[in-house]
Design a binder for this molecule. Sequence first.
Ligand code: AP5
Length: 213
Amino acid sequence: MLKLIIFGPPSAGKGTQAQRLSERYGIPQIATGDLLRDAVAKQTPLGAKIKSYLDSGRLGPDDLIVQLISDRVSKPDCAGGYILDGFPRTMGQARELDKMAEVDIVLNIVVDMERLVERAIGRRTCGQCAAVYHVSFNPPKAPGVCDKCGSGLIQRDDDKEDTVRNRLRIYMEQTAPLLEHFRMNDNLVDIDGSKGIDGVFDQMVEAIERVRA
Ligand code: AP5
């Protein structure tokens, strides 16, 4: 059983690492952003409620997000654990998570602001399987085509520079204060996110192996 949180500001590399850790440990990645974008694309009732939040980079209402996660973690594929990517993001969500589960480790990716903007603006995502690329730092083999499933790559609507900076501001105001909460739970590990994708992954695996030892 392994339950972990990948924490950090927008575009720090949470999704990139969560996908790799999911393959390595055989547990699902639960990415709130992907679940919400999927709901919008499928025009579900949740999608209709959440679309304006996603477009502007504001956080969705806690009750909707907590319900979404609570439903997801009770699915059978989560019996051996899971990776939370993008949850919790407010103190209210963190308190609800504490009631729901005991998390083994919180991996906090630390990256400076300008690097975050550069990562967001160059990001390309597979519209089909949600694989993540970067035009310079992690390009696909053929431009615009997903290596994993061959579908077309898209640029997220919220990766325009103004919206990215708004998401970073919201992170500093509403999400970064959670670090203190995790520190009190004594399961927070800082990861140097300025390294390349492999270097960040190696640090994460080392930290996970330490808590499992
Ligand atoms: P979400 O999709 O979670 O967005 P985010 O937190 O802003 O995170 P990102 O997906 O932007 O980045 P990431 O850290 O996963 O980085 P990635 O691996 O892609 O949320 C979107 C929206 O949904 C929110 O704004 C909000 O509206 C709503 N929402 C979501 N969760 C919510 C919640 N809990 N409560 C309320 N609302 C919620 O990498 C970024 C780029 O950098 C890629 O191009 C990648 O290839 C590249 N890269 C990654 N690592 C490296 C590296 N080490 N070196 C160089 N390049 C790298």
